[in-house]
Write a protein that binds this ligand. Structure first.
Ligand code: NZQ
Ligand code: ZN
Length: 390
C-alpha cells in the first residue's frame, strides 16, 4: 500500500427537500454573503434557483447571482465570478448544478483570493493561498466534484482544458437531493453514470499491487453503478435508484476508492483533449469511447487484473485462459456503456483521424510524457489509442 494523505472536509446533507436548508446551514457555518453560481437553464426552469433564493433570504444571507456556466466550463466566466467576489467582498461561493458549475465555483473561490489571474493556478498548480469556502447543491451525479479535490476548466483561447487539484477547495457543504435529478435528460444520466464508473476504473487499473481494502470498496461501487444505471434510465423517478446512483457518484471520486494506490488517469487525460477540441462533447460520452480503446491497448501488461475485474463486476466465467477472460471483461465494459446509450466510436462524436494530431501538443502540455501508470504512455501510444477508438 502506497503512503497517502486523505482529506475530506465535506458535510453532506442528503435526501428529499434538503435544498430548503441551504440558507440555514450556510448561516450556521458563518456565511454572510455568497456568489450564487449556476448553469444554463435547468435549475432556473425547475424552480430550484427560486427555492435557493428564498432559503438564502430567510437566513439573511446576501447574494450576487452569476448564471450561464456551460458544460465544459470556460475561464472567461470564472474571471467574471472572481471580479464579482472581489468587488462585492463575497465570503462564500454557492454552486447549484453539476460538475461544470461546481468546477467553475471552485476556480472562482481560488481566484478571489489571489492577486494574479486565476488561470495561472492551472499552469503552476500552486496551492499556497486561501480559498473561499464552497457549498454545493448537486443536480447531476457524475463528476463527483461535490467532494473532490479537482476542478477542470477550459480555456478556449488557448485551446486547453486542464485540471487543478487543491484540498482547500473541496466543498464544505454538499446538499444532495436525488429528486433533483429526475429532470435529467437520459443522455446526461447515462454520461454521468459512465463518468463515475470511469473514476473507479482509473483507480483500479494502475501499476501497483492489490490493496484489498481499497479494491474491494472500488469493486463494490462498480457493481452498484452497474446495477442502478439501467434502473435510473428505465425509471427516472425511482427514488431509491437515483439515491444510490447519487451517493455512488460522490464515493467514486472523493478519493477513498483509490487510497493507497498510484491511480492511472491516462484515459481522463485523453478525454479532456476531446472536450477541449469540441466543447459540445459530454465528458462521460468521450470516456465511453476511449476507455475500451485504452483497455484494448494496455491489458496484456497485466491481464490478471482485467480478468479479476471481469469476474467480479460482470460475472465473467473463468475460462482457464486469463487473456481470454481479460478480453471478455473489456467486451463487457464496451457493451455496458453502449447499453446505456453511450457512443462507441469517435466518429459518433464527430472526431476524425485528422483531429488526432491537433490534440497531441495540448495532451503533452497537460499530462507530460510519459503519462499514466498501468502503462507509461508516450504521445505515440496516445495516437494509437485514439486510432483504436475511431
Ligand atoms: O446548464 P444546465 O441548463 O443546468 O444543464 C446541464 C448541462 O447541460 C444539465 N443538467 C444538470 N443538472 C440537471 C440538468 N438538466 C436537467 N435536470 C438537472 N437536474 O446537464 C448538463 C451537464 O451538466 P455538467 O455540469 O456539465 O455535467 P457533469 O456533472 O457531468 O460535469 C462535467 C464537467 O465536470 C468535469 C468534466 O470534465 C466536465 O467539464 N469533471 C470534473 C471533475 C472534478 N471536478 O473532480 C472530475 C471529472 O472527471 C470531470 O473531468
Ligand atoms: Zn470524469
Amino acid at each position: 500500500m502506497q503512503n497517502f494523505e486523505f482529506v475530506s472536509p465535506t458535510q453532506f446533507v442528503f435526501g428529499r427537500g434538503v435544498e430548503e436548508q441551504v440558507g440555514q446551514k450556510l448561516a450556521a457555518a458563518g456565511a454572510k454573503s455568497c456568489l450564487l453560481h449556476f448553469g444554463g437553464q435547468s435549475a432556473v426552469k425547475s424552480g430550484l434557483i427560486d427555492r435557493i433564493r428564498a432559503s438564502l433570504d430567510a437566513a439573511g444571507i446576501a447574494y450576487v447571482e452569476l448564471g450561464g456556466v456551460r458544460p465544459n466550463p470556460e475561464i472567461s466566466l470564472v474571471r467574471q465570478g472572481v471580479r464579482l467576489c472581489k468587488e462585492r467582498g463575497l465570503d462564500w461561493v454557492l454552486a447549484v448544478g453539476g460538475g461544470s458549475v461546481i468546477d467553475s465555483a471552485k476556480a472562482i473561490a481560488n481566484g478571489a483570493c489571489i492577486d494574479e489571474d486565476v488561470w495561472t493556478l492551472f499552469e503552476t498548480k500552486r496551492v499556497d493561498h486561501e480559498v473561499l469556502p464552497i457549498a454545493v447543491v448537486l443536480t447531476i451525479p457524475a463528476a463527483g466534484s461535490e467532494a473532490s479535490k479537482n476542478t477542470v476548466i477550459s480555456n478556449d483561447e488557448l485551446g486547453r482544458k486542464t485540471g487543478y487539484a487543491n484540498n482547500a477547495h473541496r466543498p464544505r457543504l454538499a446538499f444532495m437531493n436525488p429528486e433533483l435529478t429526475y429532470t435529467l435528460p437520459e443522455y446526461q444520466t447515462a454520461a454521468g453514470c459512465t463518468d463515475m464508473f470511469a473514476h473507479l476504473l482509473e483507480r483500479f487499473f494502475d501499476n501497483c499491487e492489490p490493496v484489498p481494502v481499497t479494491d474491494n470498496l472500488n469493486l463494490s461501487l462498480m457493481k452498484t453503478v452497474r446495477t442502478f444505471a439501467p434502473v435510473v434510465l428505465e425509471e427516472p423517478e425511482n427514488y431509491e435508484a437515483r439515491a444510490n446512483i447519487m451517493w455512488a457518484g460522490m464515493l467514486c471520486h472523493q478519493g477513498l476508492a483509490g487510497v493507497g494506490r498510484v491511480e492511472d488517469w491516462a484515459t481522463h487525460g485523453l478525454e479532456h483533449e476531446l472536450s477541449a477540441l469540441k466543447p459540445e462533447i459530454t465528458h462521460g460520452a468521450g470516456l465511453a469511447v476511449l476507455f475500451p480503446a485504452w483497455m484494448e491497448y494496455v491489458h496484456e501488461l497485466n491481464p490478471g487484473r482485467f480478468a479479476q475485474y471481469g469476474y467480479e463486476v460482470f460475472g465473467v466465467a473463468p475460462s482457464g485462459d486469463v487473456l481470454l477472460d481479460a478480453q471478455a471483461a473489456i467486451d463487457q465494459t464496451r457493451m455496458f456503456f453502449a447499453s446505456l446509450g453511450m457512443p462507441t466510436t469517435l466518429e459518433e462524436l464527430n472526431v476524425e483521424e485528422a483531429d488526432i494530431e491537433s490534440m497531441i501538443p495540448t495532451l503533452k502540455a497537460n499530462k507530460g510524457e510519459p503519462f499514466g501508470s498501468f502503462m507509461r504512455l508516450t504521445m505515440d501510444d496516445a495516437r494509437q489509442i485514439y486510432r483504436l477508438a475511431l
